[in-house]
Design a protein around this ligand. Structure first.
Ligand code: PGA
Length: 231
């Protein structure tokens, strides 16, 4: 559980070798250990093979900024003969969060609304907080969430992802207002799409934005560190 006021979710996607990832994470934790206390938390979502070693590194971490792990996906199935899949039941001992329904999964792996809802359900059944990615209102309408459990909704406009063209603050806050009916107490609202160390402050300055999802900006140590301590 992460109770910080603002969240930074670092999504590495399919990047980094084992050595690169591990030394990045160690360095990052070292930098955070010396950073002044801020009321924000980091959720690290590396590729699956990093989750076990990162958890070990985190057990030695003494910094004040909370750091948690998240997976970039989770199986739609609870368990069984589904080669290549990783269940929520397995992940629950490693992560507190799972990204669900990222637009790249919807696009390249044809994930349907029904499959995304199954993933949300599997996460919530075992106490993993799903970070549910949506790019338009119609995707929000089809979500089937247990609103008595924790969840985060991440607005990620397609044109802003990996493009250096972040969405305007007005569109982000208008979207937040439109989806308010899906956000019950304790649910958070995130923005993702070309967030960097220069624009992060403005997104987090919007009162109703609880955090940001960072893809490209999380791949370089100095960039990610600047983003996290920007406030
Ligand atoms: P980006 O990716 O920061 O590279 O735009 C964000 C995301 O896909 O979550």
């Amino acid at each position: 559980m992460l109770t910080s006021k603002k969240f930074f979710v670092a999504n590495w996607k399919e990047n980094k070798t084992y050595e690169e990832g591990l030394s990045f994470f160690r360095e990052f934790l070292k930098l955070l250990t010396d950073a002044p206390f801020t009321d924000q938390g980091v959720v690290f979502c590396p590729p699956y093979p990093f989750l076990v070693p990162f958890k070990k590194e985190l057990s030695l971490y003494k910094g004040n900024i909370p750091v948690r792990l998240g997976s970039q996906d989770v199986s739609q199935f609870e368990q069984g003969s589904y080669t290549g899949e990783v269940s929520a039941r397995l992940l629950k001992d490693l992560v507190d969060f799972s990204i669900v329904g990222h637009s790249e999964r919807r696009k390249y792996f044809s994930e349907t609304d029904e499959e995304i809802n199954a993933r949300i359900r599997n996460c919530q059944l075992v106490g993993i907080t799903p970070i549910i990615c949506v790019s338009k209102e119609s995707e929000v309408a089809t979500l089937n969430i247990n609103t008595s459990e924790r969840y985060l909704l991440a607005f990620e406009p397609l044109n802003s992802i990996g493009s250096s063209h972040p969405e305007s603050l007005k569109v982000v806050s208008d979207f937040r207002r439109c989806v308010d009916y899906k956000l019950t107490n304790g649910a958070g609202f995130l923005y993702g799409g070309s967030v960097d160390e220069y624009n992060v402050k403005s997104f987090l300055g919007v009162a109703s934005v609880d955090g940001v999802l960072i893809g490209t900006g999380s791949l370089k140590l100095e960039n990610l560190y600047k983003i996290v301590v920007a406030l």
